[in-house]
Design a protein around this ligand. Structure first.
Ligand SMILES: O=c1ccn([C@@H]2O[C@H](COP(=O)(O)OP(=O)(O)O[C@H]3O[C@H](CO)[C@@H](O)[C@H](O)[C@H]3O)[C@@H](O)[C@H]2O)c(=O)[nH]1
Length: 425
């Protein structure tokens, strides 16, 4: 039999580690099959990526495009994790400024395929001009992608209430839906932002114009929704697997020193007792949310490891405060970690008994890969839907929230944590 042709594939992820890491993982899997990858990002992001296995280094070419200068964007900000949430639209402006660099690269290197993320709404016309087919790698699950109906962005009649029931535009096979306070937030992604193009416009442009949708998911988890996604956009929707991480693939350069300090603390805790708390790479809390979270952890009486990103611990530049003497009171029992954490290695440690998560899909899949139960506190984007769908599967429970504004209390948080972590003992 003939050897299959070696393909050259350009992979172009959005500038967020929740996207860069799974795109690199997919690139590694494709390279393992003998194909050649050009993985395109910015200089600082490339430096912070997990290491590529040495035997694949020749097959994966890391291509750096410096971001153009954009007003309001700090010069070293190249990923959403470098910014408070309110500044992310400026990162999108800088990202859109890569259009010419990407077009030139594609023209000169003529890849056989492009794998693109949701953000470059301008890519379809470049790909069409150069006659290069492009696939969309959706790191969002199919539950949430089927919620965005093609054409819904032009529909002025769309209301938050429409998202609180399973969508009417597809035969949605479950009761998974947003709560009203989540739906109101979700609708803001239909509105414009400083980048001039809403997130939904970006997603839909990519879904509508790609040749194939590759979903980071599997049929066992959401087969009906993956099929629905294909029907909705009238093209193949292919699950490529959840792409569970291995413990040495946690991004930001595998900071070993940090890990050794963390491991020393985790090693001292009893098996299955620690609550790992982390809300992904881009979420910003309000002061009330932060206070109730801190006090809930304290009230639970459980050991905790809390990744509290300093950068997002501020709303529009106003720093948030931990409750007075919180760290002193919880010394020894809890750790507040303010830099990038080696999440996958932490979740994999046997002392972790539960993961308090915002339900970013990477965090959820990492927890599932290590069999850690989830205590779910979704905030934005797809997170409410992920929480509901995971709740249906019975591997996590949601922290109860006020129905009208979505607020939560220290008491409800502490009770949920104890219910999940202590139930296992
Ligand atoms: O200190 C940190 C912080 C994050 N991570 C990693 O960064 C990723 C974070 O991804 P995710 O859990 O999905 O959260 P977000 O960064 O919030 O991801 C965005 O993208 C997700 C799709 O993956 C959506 O589900 C979320 O709603 C959206 O906020 C995970 O791999 C984490 O392991 C670390 O390793 N260390």
């Amino acid at each position: 039999m003939d050897e299959p042709k070696q393909l050259h594939i350009a992979v172009f992820p959005w500038l967020a580690f929740g996207h860069l890491i799974p795109n690199l993982k997919l690139s590694i899997l494709i390279a393992q099959r003998g194909h050649k990858i050009s993985f395109i990002s910015t200089p600082r992001n490339i430096q912070r990526l997990p290491k590529i296995p040495p035997h694949l280094a020749l097959n994966i070419n890391l291509v750096s495009f410096p971001l153009p200068h954009v007003e309001h964007l700090p010069p070293d900000a190249e990923a959403t994790s470098d910014l408070p949430t309110g500044k992310i639209p400026y990162l999108k402006i800088a990202f859109d400024g890569l259009e010419n660099s990407l077009a030139q690269f594609l023209q000169s290197s003529s890849p056989d395929w492009i794998i693109s993320d949701f953000a470059p709404y301008w890519l379809p016309s470049i790909a069409a001009n150069l006659k290069i087919p492009f696939a969309h790698f959706s790191i969002f699950n199919a539950w949430s992608s089927t919620f965005i109906r093609p054409g819904s962005i032009e529909d002025q009649r769309i209301k938050a209430e429409d998202f609180t029931v399973p969508p009417k535009w597809v035969p949605f096979p479950s009761k998974v839906a947003y709560r009203l306070y989540e739906a109101k937030k979700f609708l803001t992604h239909f509105e414009g932002n400083a980048s001039g193009v809403s997130d939904v416009q970006r997603v839909v442009a990519i879904f509508e114009n790609c040749v194939v949708i590759a979903v980071r998911s599997c049929m066992e988890l959401e087969g009906d929704y993956i099929n629905l996604l294909g029907e909705l956009y009238e093209k193949p929707a292919v699950p490529v697997g959840i792409l569970p991480p291995s413990a040495d693939e946690d991004g930001e350069n595998n900071d070993n020193e940090g890990w050794l300090t963390i491991k020393e603390w985790l090693d001292k805790q009893n098996k299955g007792t620690v609550v790992y708390v982390a809300f992904g790479s881009e979420l910003t809390l309000t002061q009330d949310e932060l206070t109730e979270l801190a006090m809930g952890l304290e009230l639970s009486g459980l050991p905790f490891f809390w990744v509290m990103r300093k950068i997002s611990n501020s709303v529009e530049g106003v720093p948030l405060e931990l409750p007075e003497e919180f760290e002193e009171r919880n010394k020894g029992r809890g750790v507040v970690w303010t830099s990038w954490a080696p999440q996958v290695r932490i979740i994999g440690h046997e002392s972790v008994g539960g993961f308090l998560t915002h339900c970013g899909f990477s965090s959820v899949s990492e927890a599932l890969a290590f069999g850690r139960p989830l205590i779910m506190l979704p905030f934005a984007l797809d997170q409410g839907l992920v929480a509901r769908a995971i709740g249906e599967k019975g591997v996590g429970m949601e922290v109860p929230r006020e129905e009208n504004d979505g607020s939560y209390t220290r008491k409800s948080l502490a009770e949920s944590l104890r219910l999940v972590v202590c139930y296992r003992h």
